[in-house]
Design a protein around this ligand. Structure first.
Ligand SMILES: Cc1cc2nc3c(=O)[nH]c(=O)nc-3n(C[C@H](O)[C@H](O)[C@H](O)COP(=O)(O)OP(=O)(O)OC[C@H]3O[C@@H](n4cnc5c(N)ncnc54)[C@H](O)[C@@H]3O)c2cc1C
Length: 389
């Protein structure tokens, strides 16, 4: 290749492991033993926080498209359901192309949650001057009340909207986002890290999946898309652990590698990076889309999450309530766990304990229900009591 050809190429490249199947025939290896696992101190007086967030769910999936509103080009990026953190860099990358394609160099981003912050950073990386306008910023946004795990298919869209075109787009968003998150590994405060997660079940996994689906129907949830046909292979295959290999009081135990977002550290890191890159932040509340006309930028990104319901009149947006109970951090607990009626995610800022509420779909009730978190904790405490040393 001549020098010019070389110059035209990128000088460095990092492919995500995503969607790359093994290049060689890989022999099945022995299952690694489970290392000693510290017990969670599962007592209700160790809760330091209970929070409720409303997932911005759109039956058709996130809205990522450009629209003319008066003199402005508005690029929408909202409606990510329970997948907002996971897909953030992916939908953000598409927004950058839509926003800067017309030659704009100054962009206003409305919203300072996961979507606003990541999109703003991507715009800066592409050379734009960015101002964030938002009513609230972390830690007072929905994004700060999320569980903090890689969950790109959680309440992403309804099954009836799952099409090959959306599937391909979703897969692209996943691959892009997954890759960007790897660049946050190993940083102080561990904004992103990988941990092993153990899933426990009393019945075989196929049966358990059907049980979960029946429970969800009883709670009034619609059928969400599972995107299985489009799923890129981004995480290692789960391993079934035989009895005696693990310390848990359950006949079926599965171990998988899980990407965890330590949301306190991650949000601060994103805000710090944005400001260090010369970004500006203004506290502003917009009551109608027409008010955006007063902003100096001619290109805007709408990253208002559930706020787009009122601001842009998107009545398809549905709140899906989710509650977290957070226990005092235990750095020695470095594994995730889930079982009947509970899940536990080990974050640096606390152990996040969660279960599904009775009527979360369509609920905008922001009041924490202590009984819900204590019920999940009780189920976790039961497992801890039965765990072998
Ligand atoms: C309990 C729970 C658990 C979750 N767990 C996960 C998880 O583990 N992994 C994952 O990937 N996702 C998870 N999610 C989903 C994720 O949190 C959301 O998809 C994500 O937070 C959406 O981000 P956002 O930036 O669109 O919205 P938000 O975080 O709500 O940000 C919206 C921004 O817009 C601003 N705004 C809104 N309206 C206006 C207005 N009119 N004027 C000015 N500013 C306005 C707000 O102030 C805010 O700054 C979870 C959600 C919940 C509730």
């Amino acid at each position: 290749m001549g020098l010019l050809g070389l110059r035209a190429q990128a000088l460095a490249r990092a492919d995500t492991a995503a969607a790359v199947s093994s290049a060689v025939e890989w022999p099945a290896g022995p299952v690694l033993p489970v290392p000693p696992l510290a017990r969670v101190n599962a007592r209700p007086d160790r809760f330091i926080r209970m929070s409720v967030g409303l997932r911005p769910f759109r039956p058709a999936g996130p809205r990522v498209e450009a629209e003319r509103v008066g003199e402005k080009l508005v690029v929408h990026n909202y409606g990510h359901g329970g997948s907002g953190w996971s897909l953030s860099w992916g939908t953000g990358a598409e927004v950058v192309d839509l926003a800067l394609g017309s030659g704009a160099r100054a962009v206003g981003v409305i919203g300072c949650g996961a979507i606003g912050l990541t999109t703003a950073l991507l715009l800066q990386r592409a050379g734009a001057k960015v101002t964030i306008y938002a009513k609230d910023r972390p830690p007072l946004v929905t994004s700060s009340y999320a569980t903090g795990v890689w969950s790109p298919v959680s309440r992403f869209c309804l099954k009836s909207f799952e099409t090959p075109a959306l599937g391909r787009r979703w897969a692209d968003w996943c691959v892009r986002s997954h890759g960007d998150f790897q660049t946050f590994l190993g940083l102080p405060g561990a904004p992103v890290r990988w941990v092993d997660r153990y899933a426990l079940s009393d019945v075989p996994w196929d049966e358990q999946r059907l049980l979960r689906q029946a429970e969800a129907r009883e709670r009034g949830e619609p059928e969400f898309a599972n995107m299985r046909d489009f799923a890129p292979s981004l995480t290692p295959e789960p391993e079934d652990l035989a009895e005696g290999v693990h310390p848990f009081p359950a006949p079926f135990v599965r171990r998988s590698a899980n990407m965890v977002f330590n949301l306190t550290a991650l949000s601060r890191r994103l805000m710090d990076d944005f400001l260090l890159n010369g970004g500006q932040m203004e506290t502003r509340t917009f009551h109608r889309a027409g008010e955006l006309a007063a902003l100096p930028e001619s290109t805007l990104v709408n990253a208002t999450g559930l706020g787009a319901r009122e601001l842009f009149g998107d009545r398809t947006l549905i709140p899906v309530r989710g509650q977290l109970g957070v226990l005092i951090p235990q750095p020695e607990v470095d594994y995730g766990l889930s079982g009947a009626g509970f899940s536990m995610v080990p974050r640096e800022d606390g152990l996040v304990v969660q279960t599904s509420g009775e009527r979360d779909f369509g609920s905008d009730d922001l009041t924490p229900d202590r009984a819900e978190s204590e019920g999940a904790l009780l189920a976790l405490a039961h497992v801890m009591r039965g765990m072998r040393a």
